[in-house]
Design a protein. Structure first.
Ligand SMILES: [Zn+2]
Length: 263
């Protein structure tokens, strides 16, 4: 497959085509950088789940859709316009990748929506990169996944906690007193939380409770446990909705790239 055509399929899968063209260009550059760094012929490690493949087409690496698949999910009246917009975003950034210290950046990350700040990669992936630190990500308050709520019965909460760690000692009476957020990350996400006699990571609680992110607070009333959640995704790297909000305010992605190399 032609490399840039693959990138177009990734942008089609990873970002709504209704987004601003500058956001789509940012996504194209992020997707291209990730793919390029993964290429086995470039010394990349390929996809860890599919031996011998450079990348896979699931969220494990980055999602990819064919033109036919994409057209099926777009309103027929907009499909041609959307496809040419994606083509423009990819071909106007053709060959552009993100570099750090004159090398193609190895760990390019992106996520749907931040909570107002991006996350330092150390808290999510266990490694640090100078370009994956926590920074302000403004303008996202009005976007669809900025705030969400998950409500469940106390008993359901306890069931899920016990599934996570069968040795946890917890009871539904005085539940609020048995839950305490211990530490926050730099990006204002829950790092550790004590529940009963055990300590959990915010990320484990996110997955166990079906939360959109680890940026949450908890309210407990007589019957229910309510999670108030901010943002969507791990929070590392580029916020896609944040990029779109910046683009709508006239920001131009290519201006921010210090070094561009042809790949
Ligand atoms: Zn993969």
């Amino acid at each position: 497959m032609e490399f840039e055509d693959y990138i177009r399929g990734v942008v089609a899968a990873e970002m709504p085509a209704a987004f601003d063209i500058e956001a789509l260009k940012a996504q194209a550059i992020a997707a291209r950088t990730f793919a390029y760094a993964n290429l086995i012929q470039n010394g990349g490690s390929g996809c860890a789940k599919h031996k011998g493949a450079d990348v896979c087409s699931s969220v494990h690496c980055q999602a990819y859709v064919t033109k036919e698949e994409r057209y099926r999910n777009w309103p027929a009246s907009l499909a041609n316009e959307y496809w040419s917009k994606l083509t423009q975003a990819v071909y106007e950034t053709k060959g552009m990748v993100i570099t750090y210290n004159n090398e193609v950046a190895k760990h390019i990350k992106y996520h749907s929506t931040s909570n107002g700040k991006t996350e330092n990669s150390i808290y999510v992936f266990g490694y640090q990169e100078p370009y994956l630190v926590s920074v302000e990500s403004p303008f996202e308050e009005g976007t669809p996944s900025f705030s969400s709520k998950v409500v469940m019965k106390k008993e359901e909460f306890i069931r899920r906690i016990k599934e996570l760690n069968p040795e946890v000692s917890i009871s539904s009476s005085n539940l609020a007193k048995q839950i305490k957020i211990l530490e926050w990350t730099e990006g204002d996400r829950v790092k550790t939380i004590k529940i009963g006699n055990k300590t959990f990571s915010g990320i484990d609680i996110r997955w166990a409770m079906g939360l959109k992110s680890a940026s949450f607070t908890i309210n407990i009333d007589t019957k229910n446990v309510t999670f108030n959640v901010k943002g969507y995704g791990h929070g590392v790297g580029m916020s896609q909705w944040g990029a779109n909000e910046m683009a709508k305010r006239g920001k131009n992605i290519v201006r921010y790239l210090s070094i561009i190399i042809e790949v």
